[in-house]
Design a protein around this ligand. Sequence first.
Ligand SMILES: [Zn+2]
Length: 452
Amino acid sequence: MNKEILVLVDDGHGEMTPGKRTPKFTDGSVIKEHQFNQPVATKLVALLKHNGLSAHNITQGNADVTLPTRVKIANALAAIHLRKYPNGKVIFISVHYNAMSDNWSSVSGVETFHHYGSKEGKRLAADVHSEIIKGTVQSNRGVKEAGYYVIKYTSMPAILVELGFMSNLREASLMLDQDFQYECASEICEGVKKYFNITESAPGPLPILTPSTKLGYSKLRHLHNNFLTDVHIYKSNKPPEYVLGTPRRYESISQIESKYKDVEAIVNANLFPFSAVDQAKTPLGYGLIITDNGQGKKIADYYQNSSPNFVDLIAWKDGKVTIETVTSHIVDNRRLANIQGNAFFGASGCYALKIEGKDTRLYWDKVSHANSYTDRTMVGVDGEGMWYMIVAESNTNSKGLRALDQQVICDLLGLDYCVNFDGGGSSAMKHKGKFVTKQSGRNIPAAFISRL
Ligand SMILES: [Zn+2]
């Protein structure tokens, strides 16, 4: 019963812990150790659970948790686990990135520590270390003994892994590489399995979790090419509303939300001006016109017509959905009046993902970022007429998606029509008044909302 094995994972330091960062890169930036430790810890926990083990990240989030507190949390979690599973086993793994000095240095490599004289710690360290040295070519500094606080005072076999040197330029530049982070996590996971003599392999790669069939908010972790991405989904039995901020001014998602009643979920729907110059002069949004949003005023002149580089998603009141392209910047008032009168909304996105249930690459060629991993906002409808507002996150723990990966999500949800709506870095979802994604700092002219 692998569930009886609990692996406690420690991400080492908080975001604000002093020191614990690389020397300055030539552009003046630095990378904090936390920016490596935390995503590796998150990925490790996901992988261990996928292999059927119990696993827990003892300090989720960015807080600066002291070493004694880390030890207390670990020992308490171990005690709870052993009450539940009297024959259970608990181990502790602390994830770190090393430093030689405050300046760049040539010292490099990986090393694994256990506490002085700990027999089980030594065996665990040897098993994990033998896997760690299999990946990216780094010098092998070996298994060592030390008196570090967390491996000294924790009540279970404990190790501390140093997966590279922040003070080595080559290894520092690996820290934010998600391939490398995933490799580190998966090697530690293999080492843990070796320690416990677990020979069966995981049931395939980390699965794309089955999305919730319920209406409302749900989240899934999508794994593709060894990258984890958090995907936030809001499902509704009616089309979302396409709503505006204050005309001719960009606003935060919260400011837009405050103008509407009973907002259950809200996502960005960015419409960009033609250029930064235009935005400075007249911050017009950019795209298709929408309904009057219950504000009793026609707003058909609020935005410019759709860009010839955009596709329009239109949810008609008779239940049909269309995805259209336009060929000119010139405003076609008859078309707009027709949409204004007969559709729930019309909104411009960068490119289409699904039309009539089929994969489409409509306008992928118009935006180069279709091929890059980034935040995404999608809006779509499935074969049963259920509507989805979807945000895929990009942050240190979540890779983001390419257009190709977005189509995988569409398939998973059974979407017949789906359009990509965002610009990189601007995607966010708020549910019941709280951000479920990172808070997007970017001001936007429009949003999708779902109301109760
Ligand atoms: Zn450290």
